[in-house]
Design a protein around this ligand. Structure first.
Ligand code: GDP
Length: 488
């Protein structure tokens, strides 16, 4: 009985969700973005697509499935031609949403687009789509799991190459397949455990079933633990690495921000204490996303406004993923101990693991002898990777960017290599809960409560199911699909 329950649980719930998701209406929206453009794509999904396409093209026969056809598009109410464009017919269930779908590729002028949208809106059973409704329908018809839908949203938002690679892997289902595999392992372990509970007394079920289940659970525990310990790589890549520029006043922090931004984003002045608020900008460093902040120079001051700036700078430093510690190359001692002391005054108190840092020795143009002594001091070890730079001349910028890119790659990982990364705190939350349940599940321990162990396995599987949307994830659907725009 318990065995049958375990085996049918996942499939049954999923099938019920599909049935309840079946909706009678047909939705449409511009999928290609807004504003004047050469071609606009209007997409529709639902049972009314066939009739809509027939009405707008004035022909009974539809183009062959998934093949573009040139058609005159008319307003069915007035027979007035609206445009000549390409139309495509995607019969369900082999479409993106799993329903009958069609696309109209029309000229992207506002009057053409609004004419076609109005004509569609007047057809019976058709209405404009809500944000994310196409992806949501795809989810309800089992075309995407939640992780793939999140990957699709990230792909639309991706601004750098590395973000695109990670999002594409997730959209293609790599993360979902990993969690699905773990879930199947758990289902099997649960089935064995329940078989033991149900039949061990009358049938000859072997004792080692319990140790095999325990070994499976321990192995999964290690795998989930390692996936959780990836240093937030996926999340950092998705949201951008927080890089904080810190240092004493007047060393060139704002100049560095402007140099990296290639525009005067922050005020540069010879007067110490000019930067009081945090200035922030997004940057693409070799394909990796960084959110760069310039902060007030760190010094003791009586000025209450500057003091507030310094306190904000320290707070940013606490939460930084990477620190760009800037010192004045012409004012620091050219020996490792002195450099370490100057750096120590900038960095936040020691963290575990230590906060990643790049040392920027600015104003290198003021050094006599090309900075050989400083370079040698930096190379002697014990200091973070360092770059000599002149914000005034730009010398050393390429070296600093390469250092920065390597640090970002270390933090975010290479999205082309290795297993898929955990990309959302939502996943982390459920994975930690899943891990907790796995740790509590000890079916082979002496005098183990097997019913309790089985319940822990069910808990663990439920948490995995909530990540992919296969188990009661209704409450997060609105949050996830709200992040899409209309037409996606
Ligand atoms: P912050 O207070 O650390 O943000 O420093 P700023 O960027 O405002 O620069 C302070 C002063 O140092 C300004 O007068 C800049 O023109 C000057 N400065 C910045 N970078 C360099 C550099 O590489 N070489 C020289 N010689 N002066 C620089």
């Amino acid at each position: 009985m318990a065995l049958r329950r375990a085996l049918s649980a996942a499939g049954g719930r999923w099938a019920r969700r599909l049935c309840s998701a079946a909706r009678g209406d047909t939705v449409f929206a511009v999928s290609s973005g807004h504003g004047k453009c050469g071609v606009a794509v209007i997409r529709a999904s639902g049972p009314g697509c066939r009739a809509a396409l027939q009405s707008l093209t004035g022909r009974r026969e539809l183009p062959p499935a998934r093949v573009l056809a040139l058609r005159r598009i008319r307003d069915p109410a007035t027979a007035e031609p609206l445009d000549r464009g390409l139309v495509a017919w995607f019969p369900g269930p082999g479409s993106f949403t799993g329903e009958d779908c069609c696309e109209l590729h029309v000229h992207g002028g506002p009057a053409v687009v609004s004419g076609v949208l109005q004509a569609l809106g007047r057809l019976p059973g058709l209405r404009p789509a809500e944000p994310g409704e196409f992806a949501r329908r795809a989810f309800h018809h089992g075309k995407l799991d939640l992780t793939a839908a999140e990957g699709l949203a990230d792909l639309i938002q991706a601004e750098t190459e590395a973000q695109r690679r990670q999002a594409l892997r997730q959209m293609e289902g790599e993360l979902g397949r990993l969690y699905q595999r773990w879930s199947e392992t758990l289902t099997q372990a649960l089935a064995h455990l329940e078989a033991y509970i149900d039949f061990s007394e009358d049938d000859n079920v072997e004792e080692e079933v319990l140790s095999r289940v325990a070994a499976t659970v321990r192995a999964l525990e290690r795998e989930v633990g390692a996936h959780l310990r990836d240093g937030r790589r996926g999340e950092l890549l998705r949201g951008g690495v927080r890089v904080v520029i810190a240092g004493p006043p007047n060393v060139g922090k704002s100049s560095l921000l402007n140099l990296l931004a290639r525009r005067p984003a922050a005020i540069v002045s010879p007067v110490a204490g000019t930067t009081r608020d945090v200035v922030e900008l997004a940057l693409d460093v070799g394909g990796y996303p960084a959110v760069l902040s310039d902060t007030a120079g760190l010094r003791a001051t009586a000025d209450p406004v500057e003091r507030e700036g310094v306190s904000r700078a320290r707070e940013r430093l606490q939460h930084a993923d990477l620190v760009l510690a800037v010192l004045d190359a012409s004012a620091v001692p050219a020996e490792p101990g002195g450099l370490a002391a100057a750096l120590g005054a900038v960095l936040p108190p020691a963290t575990d693991p230590p906060k990643p840092c790049v040392l920027v020795l600015n104003k290198a143009d003021l050094l006599r002898g090309g900075g050989g002594a400083l370079r040698a001091a930096c190379a002697r070890g014990g200091l973070p990777p360092a770059a000599l730079l002149s914000c005034t001349t730009g010398a050393g910028l390429a070296g600093l960017l390469e250092l920065l890119r390597r640090q970002l790659e270390r933090l975010c990982g290479d999205p082309r290599a290795g297993g898929p990364s955990l990309t959302q705190s939502r996943h982390g939350h459920h994975l930690r809960a899943c891990l907790g349940a796995l740790r509590r599940c000890r079916p082979a321990a002496p005098a183990a409560d097997l019913a309790l162990a089985a319940e822990e396995l069910r808990q663990a599987r439920r948490h995995l199911g909530r990540i992919t949307g296969h188990v009661g994830a209704e409450d997060v659907l609105d949050v996830i699909f709200r992040d899409f725009c209309v037409g996606k």
